[in-house]
Design a protein around this ligand. Structure first.
Ligand SMILES: [Zn+2]
Length: 333
C-alpha cells in the first residue's frame, strides 16, 4: 500500500484517538482520496504490531492479509460497480444485470453474517463501508441495529463523500471525523511527487480547476487530461468540440462543464472566476442562458450513471454548451 497522502494523516490520527468508537464516519468532499483514509483506519485497527491507536505498521501478518484483502476479520461493503472498477470483481457475464452502484440489502445481510461469525485473529473485526451514501434505504435500515450496538469487538468505518446524503439515523450512530482540503502548496508538491512530469505551474492550474482536490486531479490525469488541454477547455466547449473527452465517464465531464458554467456566471456577476484563469474564459455578458445551461447540466448529472448512448449524448452536451455560450456572450441585449 502506498503512503497515505499528507492531508489524510491528521484525520487518521484523529480517528485513531477515538479508542472506544465502534463506528467512525470519515466525512469528506469528493476528490480527496477518502477511501484510502478509511482503509488505513481499518488496517490500523487490525494491525497486530500496535494497539489500534497508531497507524498500521504495514509489515505484520495482519497488515499483509489486509493489503491482500484476505484478512478474515475485515469485510468491505462496496457497491458492485465500484468493486468491478477497482478490479476486485469480474463484471457480470453478458446478459446479466449491470453491476449496481448501490450497496444492496443482500450485501448488508452477508456482512451481518460475517459480523456474527467468530473472529479469526486477535484484534476484533472491522467492516469498511464505502461510499456510505451508496447504501439504499432498505440496506441502510438493515444496518442500523448492528451499527448502534455492534457487539463483541466489531467496529465500523464508514467513508462518505456526500455525508449530507446519509440518513440522519446512520450519521447519528457514528463519530464523525471531517476530512478537509489540503493547503494548495502542499497539494501541488504532493501532485508533482506523484507525477514527476508535472510542472508546479501545471499542478497549480489543475488543482485550481479541481477546487483544490488532489485526488480529483490524479483521476483527471489518469483519464489523459493535460494542463494545456484544461486551459483550452473553455474554448473547446465554445466550439462544441468535446472529442477529447469521449473516454471520460459522463459524470466527470459534466462536473467539469458545471465548473465552467459556474465560472462564467461569476464573471457575469463581476466576480473573479474560481476554477479557470480569467483569460481562458470567453467574455460572458448574459447570465440567463448560463443559468439555463446550469440547470440542464444538473439534470444531466442526475442521469449520468445511466448513459444509454454516450457518443450521442456527448455530442448533445457539446451542442447545448455551445448554444449557451453563444447566447451568454452575444453583444446585444
Ligand atoms: Zn501491522
Amino acid at each position: 500500500m502506498s503512503a497515505l497522502a499528507p492531508w489524510l494523516q491528521a484525520p487518521l490520527a484523529q480517528a485513531l484517538a477515538l479508542p472506544r468508537a465502534h463506528a467512525v464516519l470519515l466525512s469528506s468532499l469528493p476528490g480527496l482520496g477518502a477511501f484510502a483514509a478509511g482503509q488505513a483506519l481499518a488496517q490500523a485497527w487490525l494491525c497486530e504490531a500496535g494497539d489500534g491507536s497508531r497507524p498500521a505498521c504495514g509489515h505484520c501478518p495482519a497488515c499483509h492479509l489486509f493489503a491482500q484483502r484476505s484478512h478474515p476479520d475485515a469485510h468491505w461493503l462496496l457497491p458492485a460497480l465500484l468493486r468491478v472498477q477497482l478490479g476486485w470483481q469480474e463484471p457480470e457475464a453478458e446478459g446479466k444485470a449491470k453491476p449496481s452502484q448501490e450497496i444492496r440489502v443482500d450485501e448488508v445481510r452477508a456482512m451481518l453474517g460475517f459480523a456474527q461469525a467468530t473472529r479469526g485473529r486477535s484484534r476484533g473485526k472491522v467492516v469498511l463501508i464505502h461510499p456510505a451514501e451508496a447504501l439504499n434505504t432498505v440496506a441502510a435500515n438493515a444496518l442500523l441495529k448492528t451499527l448502534e450496538e455492534p457487539g463483541g469487538s466489531l467496529r465500523f468505518v464508514l467513508v462518505s463523500e456526500a455525508p449530507a446524503a446519509l440518513l440522519p439515523t446512520i450519521r447519528s450512530r457514528c463519530q464523525t471525523v471531517p476530512l478537509g482540503l489540503p493547503e494548495p502548496a502542499a497539494a501541488a508538491t504532493w501532485l508533482c511527487a506523484e507525477r514527476p512530469t508535472l510542472t508546479p505551474m501545471d499542478a497549480a492550474a489543475l488543482l485550481r480547476a479541481a477546487g483544490g482536490r488532489p485526488q480529483q486531479v490524479l483521476d483527471w490525469l489518469e483519464r489523459g487530461l493535460t494542463a494545456p488541454q484544461l486551459a483550452g477547455f473553455p474554448r473547446a466547449v465554445a466550439r462544441a468540440d468535446l472529442g477529447d473527452f469521449s473516454t471520460w465517464k459522463p459524470a466527470a465531464l459534466i462536473d467539469l462543464l458545471q465548473r465552467l458554467a459556474a465560472d462564467l456566471l461569476r464573471v457575469c456577476a463581476g466576480a473573479a472566476p474560481q476554477y479557470f484563469a480569467a483569460d481562458q474564459l470567453p467574455k460572458a455578458r448574459h447570465s440567463a442562458p448560463l443559468q439555463a445551461w446550469s440547470a440542464q447540466l444538473r439534470a444531466a448529472q442526475r442521469k449520468a450513471d445511466h448513459p444509454l448512448q454516450w457518443p450521442l449524448w456527448l455530442e448533445a452536451l457539446g451542442v447545448q454548451a455551445q448554444q449557451a455560450l453563444k447566447l451568454a456572450c452575444r453583444s446585444g441585449p
